[in-house]
Write a protein of this length. Structure first.
Length: 202
């Protein structure tokens, strides 16, 4: 892909996720690994209204070199890419049903969702629940890096899913399959875990 094609692909995928209700407002962030670095959605941007020309550009070391200021979750994306060198895209959403499932007090942290469909098993497999850290906290990137060596997709407590993929279309497709599974088993209980205290970076 050319640089322009990468930009158009990221904006197109982001708009599709927004229009399907998998993210809302200015939540969620996406990235693509390019030949010489990364393209990421800018901080505070709506996935439904991205300007391809203003996407954040980072070099191979993760340094911001062009475009708007990148998402505060840039460290999370970079951690995933370091552990999964074959993946070319990462999707992180704040999808409503996934966040709700992550709040349940007795959820299995080693495998949050049941294998309800064959597609979920093929695309996601086991989905671990990672502990809560504020968005942008470097400790969140650390736990993501550890989990990414063993799992294809992750669910961040009180936050949302992180799903990588080998191409810009593949990662959103996997994210959509995970979202569909959470909708098939929506929490109808009131035994949610209390919100964790806000942890500040050390």
């Amino acid at each position: 892909m050319s640089a322009a094609e990468h930009r158009d692909a990221l904006a197109r995928v982001a708009r599709s996720l927004f229009e399907r209700g998998l993210t809302h407002g200015s939540t969620g962030n996406l990235s693509i690994r390019t030949d010489d670095g990364y393209l990421m959605t800018p901080t505070g941007s709506s996935l439904g209204m991205l300007d391809p020309a203003r996407l954040s550009m980072l070099d191979a070391d993760g340094i911001h070199v062009g475009g708007d200021t990148p998402t505060k979750e840039a460290l999370l994306h970079l951690a995933m890419y370091r552990q999964r060198p074959r993946d070319r895209a990462v999707v992180h959403l704040h999808s409503t049903h996934s966040v709700a499932v992550s709040l349940l007090a007795d959820v299995d942290a080693d495998d949050v969702l049941p294998p309800l469909t064959a597609y979920y098993v093929m695309r996601i497999g086991r989905l671990p629940l990672l502990p809560y850290f504020p968005p942008g906290d470097s400790r969140l990137a650390d736990v993501v890096a550890i989990a990414a060596t063993r799992h294809h997709a992750l669910l961040l407590a009180h936050h949302g899913p992180v799903v990588p993929g080998p191409s810009p279309p593949a990662a959103p497709a996997d994210a959509a399959e995970r979202a569909a599974t959470t909708r098939r088993c929506p929490p109808d209980r009131t035994d949610a875990a209390p919100p964790p205290p806000a942890r500040q970076p050390a």
